[in-house]
Design a protein around this ligand. Structure first.
Ligand code: NAD
Length: 329
């Protein structure tokens, strides 16, 4: 709190401020950019981030410390939630006390899925769905809304990877990657948006993109996948622009390297590549599916009420570039 800074330090700040150029004397600049000297770092952090009480609008300010609570009792839908990152998100949503439906092409989700309802006292449903099939997607989407009694948020995690050298990329494989990753994401987002608009719900949609939208992975032939994820990234911005005035929020998360079945093929073709993914992130390890779930819950929650059209990168620092000597990776 500003008042916690103590009178001497505060007057030091004010006297320093008198020597500043005009624009730096403004209360806003002072509040955000001028910290007193000799202040412990946690106090300085609070100084920078504190919002004066008279600036808090009780109608719009999110409940920061209880953001997971804002999901309780609501209903969510996760495509690709049958395993991997999508399942971790499904579990996290259930853990927040929300009902959750999974639409996935798998015949069955991971066995743990069936325990979520009793473990967290929520409703769960699994509908086998190919997100590239518009009529199947729509009918299972509607079934979910019926059985859950509504929908408040949606996560599109269904995705595939196909690796082929660019010059030999088979056109049918290219089409499949774009169909699942882009068209499937597009159609799911469209269904969710239409539902929210029809029912005047300020829903939240989270698209799963990838750091591949921004960077290449050494030795991997990911031209189709990378293009598809760049499309998801930009889809987020374009849809957010169209839907913002309706109160619907649309954001995306770009995971770095996450240890899931999706990496199994890479592991088979090139184990060195997985070893690179283990060591390249600055944080010193490959990501786990649950590394993505807290970020997703945040974006679904009321606490993210001013996040819109944004990309949250959750990558252990890999997008920052290779820090070590590449020969050591
Ligand atoms: N694992 C990573 O390193 C990584 C990194 C960045 C982004 N991602 C993205 O995260 C998402 C989840 O990936 P993951 O690593 O958990 O992979 P995964 O293969 O474990 O899970 C993907 C899920 O999508 C489902 N799916 C595939 N095609 C589908 C279709 N046509 N219709 C419905 N469901 C379909 C699969 O059955 C599977 O359950 C994907 O969009 C992926 O591109 C993954």
């Amino acid at each position: 709190m500003l008042t916690g800074m103590g009178i001497p330090r505060r007057s030091q700040t004010i006297s320093r401020a008198l020597l500043l150029p005009a624009h730096k004397k403004s209360p806003t600049y002072q509040r955000w950019h001028v910290a007193p000297r000799n202040v412990p770092s946690n106090t300085a952090l609070r100084y920078y981030t504190a919002t004066p009480r008279n600036m808090i609008d009780k109608n719009t300010c999110p409940p920061l410390l209880s953001f997971t609570e804002s999901l309780r009792g609501k209903s969510y839908l996760v495509t690709g939630g049958g395993r991997g990152i999508g399942y971790a998100i499904t579990r996290a949503v259930a853990e927040c006390g929300a009902n959750v439906t999974v639409l996935d092409a798998l015949p069955e989700p991971v066995p743990e899925f069936h325990k979520l309802a009793s473990e967290f006292g929520v409703k769960t449903k699994f509908f086998r769905t190919d997100v590239t099939n518009p009529s199947m997607l729509e009918s299972n989407f509607e079934r979910s809304v019926q059985e859950m009694g509504g929908l408040h948020g949606c996560v599109t995690a269904a995705g595939i990877v196909e690796e082929h050298p660019f010059t030999d990329y088979p056109v049918e494989k290219l089409r499949r990657v774009l169909d699942v990753n882009v068209v499937g994401t597009f159609l799911t987002t469209q269904l969710a948006a239409k539902h929210f608009i029809r029912n005047s719900i300020a829903g939240s949609i989270v698209l799963i993109a990838s750091v591949s939208a921004h960077m290449v992975t050494p030795n991997r032939k990911l031209s189709a996948y990378a293009s598809s994820k760049a499309a998801v990234r930009m889809l987020t911005t374009a849809v957010a622009a169209e839907l913002g005035s309706s109160g619907i929020r649309v954001n995306c998360i770009s995971p770095g390297y996450i240890n899931t079945d999706l990496l199994d093929n890479v592991r088979k073709i090139d184990p060195d590549s997985v070893s690179f993914m283990d060591r390249a992130p600055h944080i010193g390890r490959i990501g786990q599916p649950k590394d993505i779930s807290a970020a997703t819950v945040y974006l679904l929650s009321d606490a993210a009420g001013y996040s819109h059209g944004s990309e949250m990168i959750v990558d252990g620092g890999v997008l920052g570039g290779i820090f070590k000597d590449p020969r050591d990776l």
